[in-house]
Design a protein around this ligand. Structure first.
Ligand code: NAP
Length: 252
């Protein structure tokens, strides 16, 4: 009898790191529910690429800042699990979608602060809470953190503090979800060459950044995507409540 397909739900799967996580997971035979926020075309393109290559994927809209939409989103996910996979639960949740904005503390308005909190922390907390009943026992949650939770970079105070908070939340999730054998870890990308927060600057800034990385280069989305997908298996079964930095050795 063939084994039931494992299923991943990854937020922010339309671009960058989330897109790469979705594609690498699909290559490993995992079914994918990916979400997009503003970029429906990109989100659909990722799902199409997976479906056209023999995998199974669907792209759904989700604004992580809109906690009021989470009940309906959860119902939609339930319906899709039933229709597409004949299942009542999924196996892996990757909280990846996020925003960054470089702004010094003196210039940080309450509106910028709230936006960063809502997407990068509050949304992750309540989305996980709402989805928890349909995450399978023995499943996994991975929260995408940041190197900026470990080192301070001017202009990233709120973002970095929120990612530190997310790493603490990871340990609390692991503690409280242990009764259902759900493991929870955080993966902290270093400087990854995506459009995040407006990109990695001009050539000069990029070279300066690369010089601070033992690997001698910025990371690519696939450097993180391949790693996260590799955790989505029983091979990582004893990894729990940990932070793993995927940064090529940045600021060591
Ligand atoms: N790139 C880096 O250097 C770096 C370093 C450390 C950590 N990270 C973390 O890695 C994660 C992914 O970053 P990335 O580099 O892949 O960024 P990206 O290329 O800018 O992609 C961001 C993704 O998040 C989604 N998103 C943004 N706001 C959202 C919202 N309100 N609700 C739902 N989804 C939303 C976007 O969806 P749409 O495009 O559909 O709007 C997109 O799919 C983030 O959590 C980020 O903090 C990145």
């Amino acid at each position: 009898m063939s084994q039931q397909q494992k299923i991943l739900l990854v937020t922010g799967g339309s671009r960058g790191i989330g897109r790469s996580i979705a594609l690498h997971a699909a290559q490993r035979g995992i079914g994918v529910i990916l979400t997009f926020n503003n970029q429906q075309k990109h989100g659909q393109a990722v799902a199409d690429e997976i479906n056209n290559n023999g995998g199974k994927a669907i792209a759904l809209h989700l604004d992580i800042a809109n906690t009021a939409s989470f009940d309906d989103f959860t119902i939609t996910v339930r319906d899709i699990l039933k229709e597409k996979w004949n299942r009542t639960s999924f196996d892996y949740l990757v909280n990846n979608g996020g925003i960054g904005q470089r702004v010094l503390i003196k210039d940080t308005t309450e509106s910028i602060f709230d936006q960063l909190v809502n997407v990068n922390f509050k949304g992750v907390f309540f989305l996980t809470q709402k989805l928890l009943p349909i995450i399978a026992d023995g499943g996994q949650i991975i929260n995408i953190s940041s190197g900026l939770a470990r080192f301070a970079f001017p202009g990233s105070a709120v973002y970095g503090a929120l990612k530190s908070g997310l790493e603490a939340l990871t340990r609390y999730f692991a503690k409280e979800f242990a009764a259902r054998r759900i493991r929870v870890n955080s993966v902290a990308p270093g400087a990854i060459d995506t459009e995040f927060g407006g990109g990695k600057g001009d050539e000069n800034q990029r070279q300066q950044m690369a010089a601070m990385i033992a690997a001698g280069r910025l990371g690519e989305a696939d450097d993180v995507g391949a790693f996260v997908a590799s955790l989505l298996s029983d091979d990582s079964r004893y990894l729990n409540a940990q932070r793993v930095e995927v940064g090529g050795g940045i600021f060591i």
